[in-house]
Write a protein that binds this ligand. Structure first.
Ligand code: BG6
Length: 484
């Protein structure tokens, strides 16, 4: 369905995000007929480009990142692109942006800040100063939103001085992933799960976001962030919220965000006393990945002093009636054995066996939601092994693979999210108080680590992280899912 007519301004248009994600996502939405005929995408950066130079640049990006690029659609899309040179530091060029925007005062205006967070404030102030922000405007902020609670507040304050909260779209691209949205469908469009979705029936939950790549060309940024800020504060806590929240009243943005906020507030604090027991930090050393030998993080960075973690495992607990006593084991890292993101919901064992089988034969049910790759849902159940040999039991997966079930292309998260910005739908975006609550839980962990004399534990690239991560779950008599 076509969205309302709009002008989308992309700051940082020559950057990596625009190149790899935003331009391809916009192309697909256009090719699928979702963009009104006159909609424009106004790209801005510091380079001295003409409109046509930028179109050439965009064409190259699309050729690199879009499979099955179609010539007619490509032409139509490139014609929507405009370029304005803006130097954010000196504020030169904002007037030119104003001239372009004022050609169409009546359409939706969205400003996408695909730049570092240090520029969010300056851009917003300038947009306010030149008078292009109206009631039909929205702004999109990319993570990281600050590096702790205090800086997040300052950042939200400056942007909030120009845009109202319902005009601010804080992107967490995990929320736009098809499989993550499917988590809500699974929980709330089926009667089967909800009665069992609590401490009485669930033993524990594991959330793993493992990457096989290293920090790539982003070591400079990454070293100031680390895995806890880069992945846990946002993506992983958002996943935890979707698994743990109470059923919202509706899919209305505030209903969903109110419930997520309650989960974040109910997280038991981890402080200097408990950090050693509940958290594990790691940093990769040289090793091997699918492509062959790879250097360690410190070599890549060219700095032997860095204590930045490239891996983190945590035991989180949610102190409320539904989840009391159910650990949520969270884990993420770079250069791990495999690229896999999944949520594992481990149910309790059956209370009593009527079968004459060896101990341990009957394994407890497990629901695995695979976010990527091989997106799908798997329920592990016990069945009778077919054949006349008596009641032999076996665990089998009831499997649903998105690729097999649906022959359609799996759209990238950004496609859905950018269109939601135009529609003004904030359900899949983070509200300010959620960001604050997430930092409130993360900050004491960062403080405990900063105060600790210990460096992150080394792990060999291509493995599942430091052995302390295995010990974290084994201490509780459990194992990470890949070890089962
Ligand atoms: C980003 C992080 O937010 O998410 C990156 O900054 C990470 O470090 C990326 O690689 C992972 O996203 P995806 O969609 O590839 O799982």
């Amino acid at each position: 369905i076509e969205v309302e007519d709009f002008d989308l301004v992309v700051f940082g248009a020559s950057g990596d995000l625009a190149h790899r994600k935003l331009l391809p996502a916009l192309y697909h939405r256009d090719a699928d007929g979702q963009m009104p005929e006159k909609a424009r995408i106004i790209c801005s950066a510091r380079r001295d480009y003409t409109h046509d130079d930028f179109r050439d640049y965009a064409e190259k990006a699309l050729k690199e990142h879009v499979k099955d690029l179609d010539d007619a659609h490509l032409k139509q899309f490139l014609a929507r692109l405009y370029y304005v040179k803006i130097d954010i530091a000196t504020a030169k060029g904002f007037e030119d942006l104003k001239t372009i925007l004022e050609e169409r005062p009546e359409v939706i205006r969205a400003f996408y800040l695909a730049v570092g967070p240090d520029l969010f404030g300056t851009i917003s102030e300038n947009l306010g100063r030149i008078g292009v922000v109206n009631s039909n405007s929205r702004v999109v902020m990319e993570k990281p939103i600050g590096k702790d609670g205090t800086s997040a507040k300052a950042l939200n304050d400056t942007v909030g001085a120009v845009f109202a909260e319902d005009q601010i779209f804080r992107i967490d691209h995990y929320l736009g992933k098809e499989t993550v949205q499917n988590l809500m469908a699974l929980r709330f469009a089926n009667a089967l799960f909800e009665p069992l979705w609590n401490a009485a029936h669930i033993d524990h939950v594991q959330i793993t976001v493992a990457e096989s790549l290293g920090t790539g060309g982003r070591a400079g940024y990454y070293d100031t962030a680390g895995a806890l800020r880069d992945m846990v504060q946002n993506h992983i806590l958002q996943l935890l919220c979707l698994v743990a929240m109470e059923p919202p009243e509706s899919m209305n943005a505030d209903s969903v965000r109110d419930e997520k906020l309650k989960v974040l507030k109910a997280l038991s604090p981890i402080d200097a006393q408990s950090a050693d027991r509940l958290t594990v930090r790691g940093q990769y050393r040289a090793g091997a990945s699918a492509g062959g030998a790879v250097p360690g993080y410190l070599e890549e960075l060219g700095n032997n002093e860095s204590r930045t973690e490239t891996f983190v495992a945590l035991k989180a607990e949610i102190a409320n009636w539904r989840w009391a006593g159910v650990p949520f084991y969270l884990r993420t890292g770079k250069r791990l054995a495999q690229r896999v993101s999944e949520i594992v919901v481990q149910f309790q064992p059956i209370p009593h066996s009527i079968f004459d089988v060896e101990a341990g034969t009957i394994t407890a049910n497990r629901l695995i939601i695979r976010l990527q790759p091989d997106e799908g849902v798997q329920m592990q159940v016990m069945i009778k092994d077919p054949g006349p040999g008596g009641m032999r039991l076996r665990q089998v997966p009831l499997d649903m693979s998105f690729a097999e079930a649906f022959k359609v292309r799996n759209p990238d998260a950004y496609e859905r999210l950018i269109m939601d910005v135009i529609r003004g739908n904030q359900t899949l975006f983070m509200r300010r108080d959620e960001v604050d609550a997430a930092w409130a839980w993360i900050d004491p962990i960062l403080a405990a680590w900063a105060a600790s004399k210990e460096a992150p534990k080394g792990y060999t690239a291509g493995t599942w992280g430091p052995s302390a991560s295995i010990a974290l779950v084994e201490r509780d008599g459990r194992t990470w899912s890949e070890d089962d």
